[in-house]
Design a protein around this ligand. Structure first.
Ligand SMILES: Cc1ncc(C[n+]2csc(CCOP(=O)(O)OP(=O)(O)O)c2C)c(N)n1
Length: 345
């Protein structure tokens, strides 16, 4: 006997294609900001992964989002100041957009007292509640119920706020991920779930991670919309995030968007990604999100080569200053190691 599944959704859950052509209407100033944040992200991560790590100046691991900068930047630009965000270890753009300074970020990686966690943790496991950023919990999937919880509080208080939640496709195999999404969907909470599907979870390819083609294919099973978008096209990312955030902000409940992308490096700085065929990197290199936006803007006369050169040198200056400042910063005092770890009245 076949058991029928009612797939008559209450909401419109059609998969949408957003193309660069749709991006034409995005104002030039927004595109410049998108480019700025993607380039700043890339430069900070380059310095951390390829320079400071190799100089032995980094305390702990280094996880970067090279090649997938468009996702945190394109979605993060939609955040309002009072929105809450639960990023992952590949979402540097979120920190920059939220206003965490490159100085504090580099100091974080270098384990200094002036870093975001004041030297208590290294790398991207950082949060700053002054900026409404929930620190990433190492256990994959855990930030999903956290974001759902934040969204529940917002709804109960009648606040006009949205929670932004990020995960990789690997995290979607965890029970916590499903529980968090189900809870948010049942209670129609104001939360957007942005998934970076970068094809590998450490060395596990997506084909061994899930039996369905898209993470977002699962969204209708929770009764929420799910879109699949080119994550290397920042304009498509921006427009899709706009749709998702408007949906959540207007009280319709959660929205999921899956961004197809690729991690153009190893899982972390110690990993040479030898398990990824060379041709795959070559293929994705052609879709580089930063170069893509530069070409689009140059082609549309929205930016000049001189402006691009100016932006590049400004960014180099920002990161030089951040590295210099962090390098001169002190290490934490041992007696402060338990300070701010537990809640104190
Ligand atoms: C519950 C759990 N299992 C395993 C790990 C070890 N681990 C850290 S990152 C990672 C891969 C993550 O893949 P994905 O969620 O796709 O994110 P990506 O790193 O590709 O952005 C693994 C297996 C972990 N942190 N938590």
């Amino acid at each position: 006997m076949r058991i029928g599944i009612s797939n008559k959704p209450e909401t419109d859950m059609t998969k949408r294609e957003t193309t660069a052509a749709d991006g034409k209407n995005i104002p030039k100033e927004i595109k410049k900001q998108l480019l700025h944040y993607m380039k700043l992200t890339r430069e900070i991560e380059y310095r951390v992964e390829k320079v400071l790590y190799r100089q032995g100046k980094i305390v702990g691991g280094v996880y970067v989002g090279r090649g997938q900068e468009a996702i945190s930047v394109g979605t993060g630009m939609l955040m309002r100041e009072n929105d809450v965000v639960a990023p992952t270890h590949r979402d540097m753009g979120i920190f920059l957009i939220r206003g965490v300074s490159p100085r504090r970020i580099i100091a974080q990686y270098m384990g200094r007292k002036t870093g975001v966690t004041q030297g208590k943790d290294g790398n991207m496991h950082m949060g700053d509640l002054k900026h409404n950023i929930i620190a990433f919990v190492s256990h994959l999937g855990d930030n999903v119920p956290q974001a759902a919880g934040a969204a529940l509080a917002m709804k109960m208080r009648g606040e006009d706020r949205v929670a932004f939640c990020y995960s990789g496709e690997g995290a979607t195999s965890r029970g916590d991920w499903h529980e968090g999404i189900n809870f948010a969907a049942v209670h129609k909470l104001p939360v957007v779930f942005f998934i970076n599907n970068n094809q590998y979870a450490y060395s596990t390819p997506v084909s061994l991670q899930m039996p369905v083609k898209n993470v977002a294919d699962r969204a209708p099973a929770y009764g929420i919309p799910g879109d699949v978008i080119d994550g290397n096209d920042v304009l498509a990312v921006y427009l899709s995030a706009q749709r998702a955030v408007e949906w959540a902000r207007s009280g319709k409940g959660p929205y999921m968007v899956e961004y197809k992308t690729f991690r153009m490096t190893g899982h972390s700085a110690h990993d040479d990604a030898g398990y990824v065929p060379r041709e795959v990197f070559d293929e994705w290199k052609k879709k580089d999100p930063v170069e893509r936006l530069e070409h689009q803007m140059l082609g549309a006369g929205e930016i000049t080569n001189e402006e691009l050169a100016g932006m590049a040198s400004e960014i180099t200056g920002i990161v030089d200053d951040a590295v210099d400042w962090a390098d001169k910063s002190p290490y934490p005092d041992p007696e402060d190691c338990l300070k701010d770890v537990y809640f104190e009245k």
